[in-house]
Ligand binder design. Structure first.
Ligand SMILES: *Cc1c(COP(=O)(O)O)cnc(C)c1O
Length: 421
């Protein structure tokens, strides 16, 4: 009896602790049903990631704004809202998508980057929270709204961090944010226009595995906090790293949660002020929930390599080429075949290499190859290059796969074109 109870208990703990990856058989079924190339997102995995954050940051009561730009399918946004997460937008259209998904303005944050003032005015009109990233726009905002509409400012903390230079946004040559050394000018704008700055924002980059980088960011912001009498919120952006390879170092969310709680407690002791902490995770929430399935069109042997050419390319999944990103590939059709070495390449008239010299179970033409960690910045960065169709997207929820975007059809290629000749 007790042994049964222990087993039941362990089973409950285990099944709560880990959402299982989608099985090979299930993914093959989806590929056969909806065709390839195909993006598949696992809803419960997104929820699990969100709950991990809530748990890890309980001590500081952090709020999380999903960086919608990672994956904006309206169903994903609706799901994110359903599980209680807020949303961070990188364009006014993302704000509109968020509103369409049912988020209320107080659940929406708009973090701008070198945008026209008209777009900031539009965001203000919708009543969402705004992070302004230039002194000129802050000044315009102050002149127009004075003290009546609190805003955040995005600062460039001059910290080098992130998986590679392309996704590193806080360093001293970065275009993002107001350079920290120009804080005097911000203070002058506040004096001149009475603009109410209630939040300080930084986003130092993507794939930050080092908790110390976040700690450094907090330190930088706390150092200048005294300049902002209306300050209520510290927004530390996104950039939590997930594993792209087995066993790869990731952001220690639990330790970071603890560290943040300590730092904010300490700040309160020192200043008597309790600040709120916000984060904007993108990748952390949706990366691992995503699978990208392609089919092998052609095998080609040459003296130096065997090429496996799939029915997709940098038009659908650009991370390997754009960032040099590594993605685990699985041969769904022949998982136990003998290992051979392949260059997995695309069908686009570019050198679109997904993986070089990659050992994979023997590939045959027609096999299904699946890329892991395809949820973030996958479909979202896709295009119609080479006049190819964008892939379909499927959301798996409660064990059921729902088509949430149909594959393009020929008419989509001509949709906005005007035939004047
Ligand atoms: C892209 C972005 C994020 C999300 O970054 P991840 O690496 O996906 O977590 C958060 N905040 C801002 C302002 C961003 O531009």
């Amino acid at each position: 009896m007790t042994r049964v109870m222990v087993i039941l208990f362990l089973f409950t703990v285990y099944s709560q602790a880990m959402v299982q990856q989608l099985s090979r058989e299930f993914l093959i079924d989806l590929a056969n049903k909806f065709g390839t190339p195909l993006y598949v997102y696992h809803a419960e995995k997104i929820k699990e990631q969100y709950e991990r954050l809530l748990k890890a940051f309980k001590g500081s009561g952090a709020r999380f704004f999903y960086a919608g730009k990672a994956l904006t399918n309206i169903n994903v946004l609706k799901y994110i809202r359903e599980i209680g997460c807020q949303v961070d937008c990188s364009s006014i259209n993302e704000v509109l998508l968020a509103l369409r998904a049912g988020f209320t303005p107080d659940q929406i944050l708009y973090t701008s980057s070198n945008i026209a003032f008209a777009e900031i005015e539009a965001a203000q009109g919708y009543g969402v929270s705004i992070n302004i990233d230039s002194i000129s726009n802050l000044e315009k905002f102050g002149k127009k709204f004075g003290h009546s509409y609190p805003v955040g400012i995005r600062l460039r903390p001059n910290i080098m961090a992130g998986g590679n230079l392309k996704i590193s946004t806080g360093h001293q040559d970065s275009k993002f944010g107001i350079p920290l050394e120009q804080i005097d000018q911000v203070v002058r704008v506040m004096k001149d226009t009475r603009v109410c700055v209630n939040a300080l924002h930084i986003h130092t980059g993507s794939e930050i595995k080092d908790v110390e980088v976040f700690a450094k960011g907090i330190e930088v912001l706390f150092d200048i906090a005294g300049n902002f009498p209306d300050l209520e919120i510290i927004d530390l952006g996104g950039g939590f790293k997930v594993a792209y390879r087995e066993g790869e170092a990731v952001t220690d969310i639990e330790r970071l949660g603890q560290k943040v709680a300590e730092e904010f407690d300490m700040f309160e002791k020192k200043t008597g002020k309790r600040l709120k902490v916000w984060f904007e995770p993108g990748k952390f929430l949706v990366s691992e929930a995503g699978y990208f399935i392609t089919r092998v069109n052609v095998l080609k042997e040459s003296a130096t390599a065997v090429f496996a050419g799939v029915d997709s390319g940098l038009n659908h999944f650009i991370r390997p080429m754009f960032y040099g990103a590594y993605h685990i590939i699985e041969n769904l059709s022949n998982p136990h075949g003998p290992l051979r070495t392949y260059n997995v390449v695309g069908n686009i008239c570019e050198t679109d290499t997904f993986a070089e010299n990659r050992p994979l179970p023997q590939i045959n033409e027609g096999d299904l190859l699946m890329f892991r960690n395809a949820g973030a910045y996958g479909f979202e960065m896709s295009s119609n290059y080479n006049a190819r169709f964008k892939p379909a997207e499927v959301l798996v929820r409660g064990g059921e796969g729902y088509l949430i975007r149909r594959r393009d059809v020929f008419e989509d290629l001509l949709r906005n074109q005007l035939e004047v000749l």
